[in-house]
Write a protein that binds this ligand. Structure first.
Ligand code: FAD
Length: 457
């Protein structure tokens, strides 16, 4: 069977690598469709700023969960004695090199090839799918795997704000000019450190609704939880109370709240699955920001660098919101309403940078393929509008509620169904499970293993 993977970011490459290990050389092949020049980096790992670090330790970022040393072995081969420990946080650019090398290795398998193109539409037919490519060609496949990742469309499209990933976001800005960053998550942290690296001396104001900052990693003793200890299906308030008790217990035992959050991680997809629609809605409205700042933690050295900016007085946090923002010549005039304040205050900035996150709503997607699938009813948004409706077997659910057998969605695209499937530790499991399911009933043949071995490892 031919598998067409749409998207050659980290998810697409992990999917290709997992499939490549299971292919039947007599019958299978994989095509990875990606318009960009490079493979494996996508949005997260394309940065060349050495201060943009992974927020997950090396030990948990291997492409293969069953080979936890795969990344560390690569690092040792690449950096020799300078390779950091499996418990360190390497730069995202270096991790991008690792996935790019994995892509090269995977493509050295003659059953895997690359199409430099954008996929514009996929039509599902009785016996196959037809992918329309930007080159004007079409590609037939037995299964299409959508790994189109993040939609970098502005979330605050109505504000005169720059996107953190746009190359010209800071063009022409004087180093002494004041900058306003909207959002206080890890993208803000990236941006603040990049501003410092650029030599920015002017004030940096970080504005977010609650003024919360992501916690930092600490060496926390690992703890595990069995499924029987977890109150699946409980009301959100009960769940949070249970989690607080668990954190207090672990802390009393000499661990830390981080051990509680980490112990819950292998169960979060099941927890999400056990929630009713209303419970999920309440989680998103009331608990998500608190979960995110505890779950998505920054590396300790990043925390120290950010702390230095705060201590110097250059970076300040404000809890509140923008009431109105308008351009005035080169600057932007902003009215900010602080949390709990009665009246807005007027401020002037050289730039506003929108670090409030990526576009999650399918109906606002700028991706022509996703728009085409939605338009034809081959896909539909999930009931909360935070992603695509995807079945437990990763099949895309159409407007008629029918689950596609031939179009699968993985990684960030499937977040509405699984919630925690946007980071590598989860994505690699999803890729392995999908590759197993697609090639099931067929143990990898001896020939496949020989081919894999001959491509090196
Ligand atoms: C800034 C940032 C930092 C992160 N840091 C970490 C971290 O430290 N650890 C961690 O585990 N996770 C991290 N993540 C989470 C991240 O989601 C995953 O690790 C992973 O990068 C997701 O990759 P992806 O390939 O699904 O998406 P993307 O990186 O968005 O890549 C999608 C790819 O699909 C291609 N594509 C899109 N549409 C089409 C189309 N129609 N046809 C063909 N190709 C198409 C794009 O060109 C792109 O190359 C981070 C995310 C971000 C945004």
């Amino acid at each position: 069977m031919r598998f067409a993977i749409v998207g050659g970011g980290a998810t697409g490459i992990l999917a290709a690598a997992h499939l490549a290990r299971r292919l039947d050389p007599a019958n299978d092949e994989v095509a990875v469709i990606e318009p960009g020049e490079t493979l494996g980096r996508g949005l997260a790992y394309a940065t060349d700023d050495p201060r943009h670090l992974l927020n997950v330790r090396v030990a948990n970022m291997s492409a293969f969960a069953d080979e936890p040393d795969h990344l560390y072995a690569w690092l040792r081969a690449r950096c020799g004695a300078d390779a950091t420990s499996p418990f360190s946080f390497i730069s995202r650019g270096l991790y991008g090199d690792y996935v790019a090398d994995l892509a090269e290795h995977t493509l050295s398998n003659r059953l895997v090839r690359r199409e430099r193109a954008r996929c514009l539409d996929i039509e599902e037919r009785a016996d196959d799918v037809r992918l329309a490519l930007s080159t004007g060609e079409s590609l037939a496949a037995g299964v299409a795997i959508l790994a189109t990742g993040h939609d970098a469309k502005p979330t605050l499209g109505d504000l005169p704000a720059e996107q953190p990933w746009s190359a010209g976001a800071l063009e022409g800005v004087s180093p002494d000019a004041p900058i306003l960053i909207l959002g206080s998550g890890l993208t803000m942290v990236d941006m603040a450190l990049s501003l410092e690296r650029r030599g920015q001396r002017g004030p940096i104001v970080v504005l977010s609704r609650r003024g919360l900052l992501s916690a930092a990693h600490r060496p926390a003793p690992p703890r595990s939880l069995s499924a029987s200890e977890i109150p699946f299906g409980a009301e959100l308030s009960q769940l949070l109370a249970w989690l607080r008790r668990l954190a207090a217990r672990f802390t009393a035992e000499g661990a830390d709240w981080r051990s509680a959050v980490d112990a819950l991680r292998p169960h979060t997809q099941r927890l999400w699955g056990a929630m009713s629609l209303e419970q999920r809605r309440r989680f998103l409205r009331h608990a998500r920001v608190y979960w995110d700042v505890h779950r998505h933690r920054m590396a300790p050295q990043i925390e120290a660098a950010l702390r230095a900016l705060v201590d110097s007085g250059q970076l300040t946090f404000v809890a509140g919101r923008v009431v109105v923002a308008r351009r005035n010549g080169e600057d932007v005039e902003v009215e900010i309403l602080r949390r709990g304040a009665g009246a807005a205050e007027a401020r002037r900035f050289a730039r506003i940078i929108d670090c409030t996150g990526l576009c999650e709503q399918p109906l606002k997607s700028a991706n022509p393929l996703l728009r085409a699938l939605l338009k034809r009813g081959a896909a539909r948004p999930d009931a909360l509008g935070i992603g695509f409706d995807v079945a437990p077997d990763l099949g895309l659910v159409g407007a008629d509620g029918i689950v596609s057998r031939r179009i699968k969605a993985i990684g960030p695209l499937a977040r509405a169904a699984f919630w925690e499937c946007i980071a590598i530790p989860d994505i690699r499991l999803q890729c392995a499970a999908l590759a197993d399911a697609l090639t099931k009933a067929r143990a990898p043949s001896a020939a496949a293993r020989r081919l894999e071995a001959s491509a090196g490892s």
